[in-house]
Structures are given as C-alpha cells and as structure tokens.
Design a protein around this ligand. Structure first.
Ligand SMILES: Cc1cc2nc3c(=O)[nH]c(=O)nc-3n(C[C@H](O)[C@H](O)[C@H](O)COP(=O)(O)O)c2cc1C
Ligand code: SF4
Length: 435
C-alpha cells in the first residue's frame, strides 16, 4: 500500500502531452495490441472486470460491469461520453490528467469505444477548463493524424470519432443524465433512472458514461495485466487512484496511491502533515459532498467500501484537510450556499430544502441562530436525502448532517457569538457586536 506511479509516471515524463514523447514511454501500444490482435468487445470487458477497476467520477461503480450493460447487439449508433466536467469543490485530478497526459485519456477512451461498439465519442469538458480544452484538442489532432482515432484506426476496419464539447459552467451538468441532456442542446436537467444511459442515453441510444480518470486507467490495466492491477489495490477495489489533497497541509497536490492506503499516510507522509505544526480538526475525504471525518477517523483505509462503512464516501478523491483554526461553521455555510446555487430546481425537496439550509446556516454563521436551528438543519437534511431525482439532494444534505452531528459543540458555541463585518467572531457579549 502507498504511493504508486501508474498514471503519474506519465506526469513525470517531461513533454508527455506531445504524441512522440507519449509513444516513447509505451503510449498507444495497448490500443495497437487490441487492434492488431482483433480483440472482441467481450474480451476487453472481461479484462476490465478482472481488474476490479471502479468508476472514479464519484459513485465507484465497477467499470467492467458497467461496460457490459451496453447492449452488444444494438444497432448503431452507440455512444461513449467522457465526463470531464469536474466541478465538485475540492476536486482537481481530471484537469491534471488532461493537461499532462491527454493521450493516455485518448488511448483509454478509444479502447472503451471499441469495447462497447461506440463509433462516436463526446468529451464533455467543464467550460472554465479553457487551457485543458486547448491541450486536449491539440492532442486529438495529433492522434487523428497518426491514425489512433478517426476513420479506420490503425488501418483496421474500425472507426472512432471524437468530439470535444465545452460545458457552460454548471455543476449539475456533471451528473450523467444532466450531462447528456445538456449535450443534446437542452437545459442540463437530471432525469429519473431507469432507464440507465447504458440502455437509453444520448439521443435515446445506448451510451456509456465514464470519468476521465477511470478511462485513463484502462491502458494501465492492459499494460500491467488485470490481475496485477487488482493486486495493487484491495479486494473489490482494484488498482490505485489520484488523490487531490488541498487545504492546510504542507504539500498540497496530487498523490497517486493504491486503494487501501490509510488516510493518515496520505495526509502526514505524502502531503507533509498539517501546516505550521498545527492540529488536524477535520477532513472531507472525496469532494465537498462527502460526510466529514474527525481526526479519530483518519486511520481508515482509502477505498470505496471502507469509507462507506465509516458513513462517508471516497467520492472524487478530493481530500480537503482542515486545521484546528478552521471555522467549520463558515465551511458548512459555504457548502450549503454552493449546493443551493447549483440546484437545478426540478425537485421541491432539493430546490426549497437547500435554500432553507443556506438561510438557516447564514443565521447561525452570523451568530443569530438557536439550538432549534441546528435541529431543524438536520431534520431538513434528512428530508432531502433520498427524495430527489438525482444525487445532488444527497450531496447537499450529507455534509449538513455530518458536520452538525460530529462538531455540534462548535456550532452551539457560535449561537451566542456575534459576527462582526470585519470577518472576526466576537466574544460572547462583546461591545459593538453586530449582525
Ligand atoms: C451533482 C453531480 C455532479 C457530478 N459531477 C461529476 C463530474 O464532474 N465528473 C464525473 O466524472 N462524474 C460526476 N458525477 C458522477 C456522474 O454522474 C457519473 O457517475 C460518472 O461520470 C460515471 O463515471 P465513472 O463510472 O467512470 O465514475 C456527478 C454526479 C452528481 C450527482
Ligand atoms: S436533486 Fe436537485 S439538482 Fe437533482 S434534479 Fe432534483 S432539484 Fe435538480
């Protein structure tokens, strides 16, 4: 367990965003093997299943199994959609892959398209990612010229066309059904599932949706072999992933670790521990929607199942580390505000509930709340969870429940402390305290 260099080895090769450099370190050799040996879709899917690779966009669904859901004998067109929307606060790993190893993603997506029989691929990239968009477009031009994508790849009878589509900066468009609706040209509103995109997705055709990081591990699986890949991680959680560590650590950044690595190792060894020798107060393990952990919980193994047992999630691997001076009331207020702003407004519990939670949290943050407000927050969060069309409702409610349950004394203390416009928090009864 610990740090590995499966994807990050490409980051460490200078100039790897350029095709000749990528080829010089084995790039596209996995795709070439599949094309030259005429692997069937079934064979590719069986290989992925044996690797235990799980989706790294947030939900952690087994990748090989998901590919197997796309109907084999369906008439064309079938689509592959690459989710490069990456808008969850605390998450920044897909951007690194696209900027530093775009061809790894292109190789992975081409193999995935061949596996499910998709001839058209859409990469839906976050609108604000202008520079990654440019790098990806350049890499695609290179790959097209070299015959790795486009018509009759590598002289075979198989074609895979890739289009890059820029989003307009809406977080909800990262949710797969909203993403597909947005790609069709409509407002990005999530849809009820089933039907799942694998059966009825883009333009009501079978569609595979995968995250950038998930697809970038596909060439790695083929390179080292599915059994070796599975062994890097732990049972049911194959391989490794990129952890984006941010917040109050000495060395924030991207660390690639085997699944099963203890969180403590990532925070204290790789990221260098807490800045200024301060104490750790809280960690959000995988993007702002994941329930927060206390310092007593950081010996958890970083894998999908262990985090779920602890009542949290591995999510997108965006680990937000907070030191003893962090104002958790402010953190939760900000999180509430984010999800309320980003709610698409389709479901009443999410539209109204996220607004209520934000208004109550603002009151608590400004020192005008009551103990009843804290109880109400948990009640509202419980009523949103599981009662909405898409998981944004859960994403908004889980942080509220976990912050208040685990750090209630800090929230209670704030009820009698007024906010001063300078951003300071006054002592109880302080002269001049104001709203
Ligand atoms: C509100 C919301 C936002 C999401 N944003 C993203 C995103 O930016 N990128 C991503 O890959 N998945 C995101 N997801 C998860 C996707 O719906 C989907 O599960 C994922 O793209 C599937 O790919 P994977 O199987 O490779 O993980 C989001 C989900 C929700 C509910
Ligand atoms: S849960 Fe929220 S974001 Fe998701 S569909 Fe309902 S209103 Fe829209």
């Amino acid at each position: 367990m610990g740090q590995v260099k499966l994807i990050t080895k490409y980051f460490e090769t200078p100039g790897c965003e350029k095709l000749p450099v990528f080829e010089s370190v084995g790039g596209y050799s996995r795709l070439r093997r599949i094309v030259e040996e005429e692997w069937t879709g079934e064979k590719i899917i069986a290989t992925l299943k044996a690797s235990s690779l799980r989706g790294l966009g947030g939900a952690g669904f087994p990748t090989g199994m998901k590919w197997g859901f796309v109907p084999k004998d369906a008439e064309p067109p079938k689509y592959l959609v690459v989710n490069a929307d990456e808008s969850e606060p605390g998450t920044f790993k897909d951007r690194h892959i696209i900027m530093r190893a775009p061809h790894l993603l292109i190789e992975g997506l081409t193999i995935a398209a061949l596996a499910v029989g998709a001839h058209e691929v859409f990469v839906y990239i976050r609108g604000e990612y202008w520079e990654p968009y440019r790098v990806l477009k350049n890499a695609l031009d290179e790959a097209r010229k070299a015959g790795y994508v486009g018509d009759r790849i590598m002289g075979s009878g198989r074609s895979v066309h890739v289009t890059v589509h820029r989003g307009a900066g809406a977080y909800i468009c990262g949710e797969e059904t909203a993403l597909l609706t947005s790609l069709e040209g409509y407002k990005g509103w999530p849809k009820l599932k089933p039907p799942f995109p694998a059966v009825k997705g883009l333009f009501r055709r079978p569609t595979l949706v995968n995250n950038v990081e998930t697809l970038s591990y596909v060439p790695v699986v083929l390179d080292i072999g599915p059994e070796e890949f599975a062994k890097v991680g732990i049972e049911r959680n194959g391989g490794a992933r990129l952890f984006g560590v941010s917040g109050h650590v000495n060395r924030p950044g991207i660390y690639e670790c085997a699944l099963g690595t203890p969180m403590r190792e990532v925070i204290y060894d790789l990221a260098g521990g807490i800045r200024g020798g301060k104490k750790l107060k809280a960690v959000i393990p995988g993007g702002s929607s994941c329930p927060v952990l206390t310092p007593a919980e950081i010996d958890v193994s970083l894998d999908f199942d262990s985090l779920a047992k602890l009542g949290s999630m591995l999510g997108s691997g965006g680990m937000i580390v907070m030191d003893e001076d962090t104002d958790l009331v402010k953190v939760l207020y900000r999180i509430c505000k984010f999800y309320s702003n980003e709610s698409c407004g389709q479901c009443t519990p999410c539209r109204e509930g996220t607004g209520w939670m934000t208004r109550i949290m603002e009151r608590v943050y400004r020192g005008n709340g009551t103990s009843q407000d804290l109880d109400n927050l948990v009640d509202i969060a419980e009523m949103i969870g599981g009662n909405t069309i898409c998981p944004l409702g859960d994403a908004a409610s889980l942080p509220v429940m976990s912050f208040i349950r685990k750090f209630r004394p800090e929230f209670e203390a704030r009820l009698s402390r007024k906010y001063v416009p300078s951003g300071e928090i006054a002592s109880p009864g302080a002269e001049g305290a104001t709203r």
